[in-house]
Ligand binder design. Structure first.
Ligand SMILES: [Zn+2]
Length: 303
């Protein structure tokens, strides 16, 4: 189980909504959603991986304290860049390195030990990113999302936004990712989406189903009708490795957390009641336990 702790401001950039909120909603993901994940995982005996944006730790002492507590409880804190730039993989080498290094320091100080894993904003990496992570002793990257249906849906939404004259702040990554292996692999030097034979850093792709490569992530489980959700989870559980990616916002309560209505209008998952979303994830974790799944943090995955 991994949770990307993207702040509300990230969704403002994706949906081109202008200046993000400066009131309570600003820190809603760390202060309101994170404790709900902690409770959910405690109920099921899950140790999870939280991908943390470095700058959020510097700006929010309350969120930082919550994360430090999770680290002490055995959860993993990993690196999700310092400022979550959607053009991360298009930046120059020095800027990419700075994004990794600043978050590395902030997350390490919060967790009490250096992060071992990385996830790129918007799932986009390149050979240089992998190289920089390996140089810094990272054990894994978990950014590859080899889902053609997800990629296609994102491309359509972005094209529609461009046509309306309000281009998304997000970017469409390389289509080569769609052919990447579904299970853990060691990337080939220079070709991060292909299996190599070295003994370097491991890539831990985000879960997709075999053949159709339907994405099995928090949003798809929350929005799917229950028969489809159960089916996706059962199929994903047949693989030896099921990397279920969630986002902090998956457990937002739009009203109680005072999420601005203009964002709620753009994000269908925010219009689902919190009780529904919790029930969907509870059911998923119960199914995983019934199937004999062993929950580990991503740093504990062995290849
Ligand atoms: Zn993110």
């Amino acid at each position: 189980m991994s949770v990307d702790l993207d702040a509300i401001a990230c969704y403002y950039r994706i949906h081109a909504l202008g200046d993000p909120p400066t009131d309570r909603a600003r820190f809603a993901v760390l202060r309101r959603c994170l404790p709900r994940f902690a409770e959910l995982f405690a109920r099921h005996g899950v140790r999870a991986t939280f991908f943390v944006v470095g700058a959020d730790l510097e700006e929010d002492a309350e969120g930082r304290a919550l994360l430090a507590e999770l680290a002490r409880a055995g959860h993993e804190l990993a690196n999700h860049t310092h400022t979550h730039p959607y053009d991360f993989a298009r930046l120059g080498r020095a800027e990419i390195a700075a994004e990794i290094d600043r978050a590395h320091a902030a997350v390490g100080a919060c967790a009490g030990s250096a992060p071992l894993g990385f996830r790129a904003p918007g799932y986009e990496i390149n050979a240089e990113v992998i190289e920089l992570l390996a140089e810094r002793g990272y054990r894994y990257d978990s950014s590859v999302f080899p889902s053609a249906p997800y990629y296609g849906a994102k491309a359509l939404i972005m094209a529609a936004m461009r046509l309306r004259g309000r281009p998304s702040g997000s970017f469409l990554g390389s289509p080569r990712a769609l052919l990447a292996p579904r299970g853990p692999y060691r990337p080939r030097p220079g070709s991060p989406y292909r299996r190599g034979d070295g003994d370097g850093l491991i890539e831990l792709p985000i879960a997709v189903t075999p053949i159709a490569r339907l994405h099995v992530i928090g949003t798809s489980l929350i929005l799917a009708p229950s028969w489809l959700r159960r089916h996706l989870v059962q199929v994903a559980l047949r693989a030896p490795f099921f990397n279920l990616e969630l986002h902090g916002i998956d457990l937002a309560d739009a009203q109680a957390d005072e999420i601005p209505p203009r964002l709620v209008a753009r994000q269908p998952d925010l219009r689902r009641p919190l009780a529904h979303k919790l029930a969907a994830l509870d059911e998923t974790l119960t199914a995983a336990r019934a199937a004999g799944a062993r929950f580990v943090t991503l740093a504990q995955v062995e290849v």
